[in-house]
Write a protein that binds this ligand. Structure first.
Ligand code: DGT
Ligand code: CA
Ligand code: ZN
Length: 570
């Protein structure tokens, strides 16, 4: 399927047209790209039947361009545009506050073509010579360059993991494959991933490599050898397949699961015990003593089994030596979801539908936590509306217990935007920052922690992957105060947020804070996001005891009650 490729090229044309200030044509390309992005069927079906122009926003001209892309994999029109403006659009557009028009000016005035040029001129203060860019904006651009560099080419786990699973299932389908495993950062549950690593065992490497490289999802073959191949998928993501013998599979899996830092440390440990570890096995006096499974290698090294999510060289090897690794929380232990939006604010589902869905997920409870009304954009709850919502929940006949809640906004001055007497009527109050301002973010969160009606601090660090860095926060102070006040931190499971991130979860737990893994669902499928939250919680060493929504209904009711009177949770 080439839908993603076509959409990407059309979008790129639109970028260039915007740069040339051909707004109208840019919009036409953008619209066509959008149509194809959302198309559930293969675009080639339409092309074959000569029915492209029947799709919304696709006229004769763009239809011809699409046909050219489908035939040749490229578009000569785009190549002309790229010649006219030899600019690395992808990376420049990723910089916050920079759009196609600014890119044009930067190119014409300063010959800026890529991030490196941009950084050079920003450091020299040259950007300030351009209208609309002041000292502050120049500084922000410099920060953004750093941020973009670290994320360029990476994808969300929630995006890449299902693709990896699909490829794995395709390899498993082949009668000559034996074991197939996803390794690398996906196996470790990292929130963003660079590429997909798959390992397999077979007695016919050549056949499997040929099969893998001829999968229809392979847009391009990057490398192909006797035991290894790399393909590029239509959206640019790369997938690497490596083939090993049955009796070396454990060593290979261990090595290619990484992380690199973990591998380095593990090999150091092996050396300290006069052993040698590589991707084929663990050796002592040139004799292989373990290689078939990860378990036997860990054992031979004197270690407890280390779960993939922990393999980041963050103290796990030491803990495994002492037999002190935590028993990580599992998805099947989650008994409810404490942060869900409904049609009462900016969600798409009724409370009844949400309760039914929760029931089918096997939950015992959910909390409906719509936005308060000061966020005008989302049509949130004022006092009167909240009262009606409470009455609706009271009338609801649901097998799953529905907690009455709200997600209040922490204002710039740290106060909540709903008065205490109203909050006291609710079962659960989540306080979140939705408008990062210039005020001290730490102080804002600390004052929310002081409010005795607040149970949970929602998406506490505010980060959005690929979009926004976390707020500058003094988390030590925050966690300490929260632990004293029995406040719970949200592990927001939305794959774009996943904040708290792993190292902060570990820290929060060390301070004695409790956590909640919440979906923050606005649509029905979002309820499934919990699994990404669990992955991240595992990366943060969380056990079921650290996560309040692994508790049953009776226990959680007690926690929520105690908590609102300022008593320590636990
Ligand atoms: P990614 O793909 O950037 O999200 O991160 P990973 O961890 O999947 O890294 P990747 O795909 O480059 O390699 C997979 C694993 O293979 C990595 O976690 C550790 C191992 N590995 C790869 N190259 C090296 C290396 O040069 N040295 C060591 N010690 N390990 C390596
Ligand atoms: Ca990888
Ligand atoms: Zn929310």
């Amino acid at each position: 399927m080439k839908n993603a490729l076509v959409a990407r090229i059309l979008n790129r044309v639109a970028d260039f047209l915007e740069l040339k200030e051909e707004t109208f044509r840019a919009k036409a390309y953008r619209r066509a790209a959008h149509t194809i992005q959302l198309l559930p069927t293969d675009i080639e079906e339409y092309a074959k039947k000569r029915k492209l122009t029947e799709l919304p926003g696709i006229g004769k001209n763009i239809a011809e361009k699409i046909e050219e892309i489908l035939e040749t994999g490229q578009l000569s029109y785009l190549e002309e545009l790229e010649k006219e403006y030899p600019i690395d659009m992808d990376s420049l557009l990723a910089i916050e506050g920079i759009g196609p028009r600014t890119i044009k000016i930067l190119y014409e005035k300063l010959k800026i073509k890529n991030l490196q040029d941009l950084e050079y001129h920003a450091q020299k203060g040259n950007l300030q010579k351009i209208k609309g860019i002041g000292e502050k904006k120049e500084k922000r651009i410099l920060q953004s360059i750093k941020f973009v560099r670290s994320t360029l080419g990476r994808r969300l786990l929630a995006y890449a993991a299902p693709i990896a699973e699909y490829i794995k299932s395709r390899i498993e389908e082949h009668p000559k494959t034996e074991k197939v495993k996803i390794a690398g950062s996906i196996r470790r549950g990292k929130e963003t991933i660079g590429d997909i690593d798959i390992l397999t065992t077979t007695k016919n490497p050549k056949e499997i490599i040929d099969y893998f490289t001829s999968l229809e999802i392979a847009d391009e073959i990057i490398a192909k050898g006797p035991k290894k191949a790399i393909i590029r998928l239509e959206d640019g993501l790369e997938c690497e397949l490596r083939i090993f013998k049955e009796d070396e599979f454990g060593a290979a899996l261990l090595y290619f699961t990484g992380s690199m830092e973990f591998n380095v440390e593990l090999r150091r440990l092996a050396r300290s015990k006069s052993m040698k570890l590589n991707e084929y096995g663990l050796y002592k006096n040139s004799k292989r003593i373990a290689s078939k499974t990860e378990k036997e290698i860990f054992k031979a090294l004197g270690l407890e089994y280390i779960q993939p999510e922990l393999r980041e060289n963050n103290g796990e090897i030491e803990a495994a030596l002492q037999g002190k690794l935590p028993t990580l929380v599992r998805e099947d232990q989650i008994k409810g979801d404490l942060h869900i939006h409904s049609i009462w604010s900016d969600g798409t589902e009724t409370i009844e539908t949400l309760a039914k869905a929760a029931e089918s997920l096997g939950y015992e409870y959910i909390a409906i936590t719509d936005h308060s009304s000061s966020l005008k954009i989302v049509g949130g709850l004022d006092e009167e509306k909240l009262q009606r919502q409470i009455e609706e929940i009271d009338k609801l006949n649901s097998k799953v217990h529905v907690f009455k809640g709200i997600e209040v906004n922490i204002r710039l001055d740290g106060q909540l935007d709903i008065p205490d007497d109203i909050l006291s009527r609710l079962d659960i109050v989540i306080a979140s920052i939705h408008s990062p301002g210039r005020e001290d973010m730490t102080e804002r969160i600390l004052s929310a922690i002081q409010n005795k009606h607040v149970h949970i601090i929602g998406h506490p660090t505010g980060r959005k992957l690929f979009r926004r860095e976390e707020y500058p926060l003094n988390l030590d102070r925050i966690f300490e105060e929260a632990a004293d006040n029995g406040k719970i931190f949200e592990m927001n499971a939305n794959p774009i947020r996943l904040d708290l991130k792993d190292i902060y979860i570990k820290k929060a737990i060390e301070y004695g804070c409790k956590l909640a893994i919440n979906s923050d669902a606005h649509r029905l499928p979002d309820l499934h996001n919990i699994k990404w939250g669990v992955k991240t919680a595992r990366r943060g060493w969380a056990t079921s005891e650290d996560i309040i929504n692994t508790m049953n209904l009776k226990q959680i009711k007690k926690i929520l009650k105690n908590n609102s009177s300022g008593v320590r949770a636990s």
